[in-house]
Design a protein around this ligand. Structure first.
Ligand SMILES: Cc1ncc(COP(=O)(O)O)c(C=O)c1O
Length: 371
């Protein structure tokens, strides 16, 4: 089945806006886009020109990085844009729905509600693992997109590749499976939770979201990639604004994605792995901490005897963490991003001063402790 058959019929037929930069490339004298003929007074030569909608050099670099073909890449302003485009393309207001497994990243439901699409929930299991059977049992004809966050934010658990591929197969011809791999660079390389981007050619309904905001340290540049069947990419391009990617951001990304930088990024991921294990162990020994959830991401989600007190103590010390108590199953938890080692030391120092009875600590299964 063509995955685009699942999209809103009116969009499949839509004649998209055709921008000047799309209609004609090259040429020495550019008089087709009502731009200034002069460069800006400060900044770079090319900035007076509208950017390439999907700059070929960056598309090729990201395709190589993620192991897919160039026509399977759509670059957007962070993976947030990919989520929004998918919901707008595949969910008709008042008719279609998405499926999520809470507690999970909030943008899926927010984008759906803005679009007027329903949100169906198949919650994570009590140990925060994905319940594939519950997801499949909840899938109805109205559900066009199934979101899986792997590793999951805000709990941190990885999702085994086998579980994701089982879902992709079971959902073929029924729904797109959108795997949000924002944190996948941080998974244990010896484990079973790596990226499924290499299987896009096998499953027309598989979409993978990647971002440069986390491991690549480019959150401020706002660049992410949506990887999917070329027909899905072509459909989503119709919905995108004509010039989504600012030239300075594309230039910055190309510089930051050099081979040289890739080696350094790997080293930093190694530091995050070490800090994740160190901080987890140290937090578990604190009286105010009830449990630390197993994490495959660059954060730890921590259950406290009194999360409000812990949050306030950290804030008083100038340390801002994420209060995730509003999420289901996480009513006593804070999410702490792994910082530089000295920043993590400070977290431990402050939390070491927060009172708490060690009897409040939750039992954590040995298997979880080693994750
Ligand atoms: C799971 C998940 N997906 C997507 C995003 C959005 O990332 P981006 O900066 O690429 O828009 C985030 C941001 O924190 C996230 O946690």
């Amino acid at each position: 089945m063509n995955p685009v058959d699942l999209a809103r019929p009116e969009l499949r037929a839509l004649q998209p806006y055709s921008s000047a930069r799309m209609e004609a490339r090259g040429g020495a004298i550019l008089l087709n886009a009502n731009e200034s003929p002069w460069p800006p007074f400060a900044g770079r030569e090319a900035w007076n020109r509208y950017p390439d909608p999907q700059p070929a050099a960056l598309v090729a670099r990201l395709a190589a990085l993620y192991g897919v073909d160039d026509d399977q890449v759509l670059i957007g302003r962070g993976s947030d844009e990919g989520i929004d485009l998918l919901v707008r393309a595949f969910c008709a207001a008042g008719r279609d729905a998405i499926l999520i497994s809470p507690p999970t990243f909030g943008m899926y439901a927010v984008c759906a509600r803005i679009q007027g699409a329903a949100v169906v929930e198949a919650p994570l299991r009590a140990d925060f693992t994905l319940d594939v059977d519950a997801v499949l049992a909840a899938v109805a004809p109205s559900i066009k997109l199934v979101f899986v966050c792997a590793p999951n934010n805000p709990s941190g658990a990885g999702v085994p590749r086998a579980a994701i591929l089982r879902l992709a197969e079971a959902l073929a011809d029924r729904a797109l499976l959108v795997v949000d791999e924002a944190y996948v660079e941080f998974v244990d390389p010896a484990g079973e939770c790596g990226s499924v981007a290499d299987r896009i050619g096998d499953f027309g309904n598989l979409v993978v979201l990647r971002t440069l905001s986390k491991a690549w340290a480019l959150a401020g540049v706002r660049l992410g990639a949506l990887l999917a069947d070329a027909r899905v990419i072509a459909l989503l391009r119709k919905l995108m604004p004509p010039y989504p990617l600012p030239t300075p951001c594309v230039e910055a990304a190309l510089r930051a994605l050099s081979e040289d930088a890739a080696g350094k990024v790997r080293e930093r991921i190694g530091v995050i792995h070490r800090e994740r294990a160190r901080l987890r162990k140290a937090l578990e020994s604190l009286g105010c901490v009830r449990a630390v959830l197993p994490s495959q991401a660059n954060f730890l989600t921590v259950r406290f005897g009194n999360a409000g007190k812990a949050y306030a103590a950290l804030l008083d010390a100038g340390v801002v963490v994420r209060d995730v108590r509003r999420y289901s199953m996480l009513g006593d938890a804070l999410r702490i991003t792994l910082g530089a080692p000295a920043e993590n030391d400070r977290v431990l120092e402050v939390l070491g001063g927060v009172p708490g009875a060690s009897s409040e600590r939750l039992a954590v299964a040995p298997a979880e402790q080693s994750a």
